[in-house]
Design a protein around this ligand. Sequence first.
Ligand SMILES: [Zn+2]
Ligand SMILES: [Zn+2]
Length: 113
Amino acid sequence: MLSIPNPLPNFIEKVKEIKKAAENEDLFCKSCNIFLNSAQQLKAHLQSTKHKMIELGLIDKKSDKRREIGRYKCKPCDCIMNSEVQLLHHLNSIRHQRTLEDFLQNDLAASSK
Ligand SMILES: [Zn+2]
Ligand SMILES: [Zn+2]
């Protein structure tokens, strides 16, 4: 049976959120549990029908949350996998192995200075 390495290699990072606006709390809509990319987007969002319906409980906001689980980021390749299966495929791919080789060599070169 296929299984991902445990512990994960240190070039793999487990990520929860793909959106990177997390550093700016102001761009987060608590009602909808989503991040917006800019103040304008947030403003537009707050005026949107969808936001109002979610605030009123007319739409189940859970439908927006399903993409939150189990993501893995491969740092050398700078790509994100949405599942363990994808991660496994990625770890076995030639593209990844080449990128990783370069990455480790650069790492060695940097630390031997
Ligand atoms: Zn909202
Ligand atoms: Zn990779």
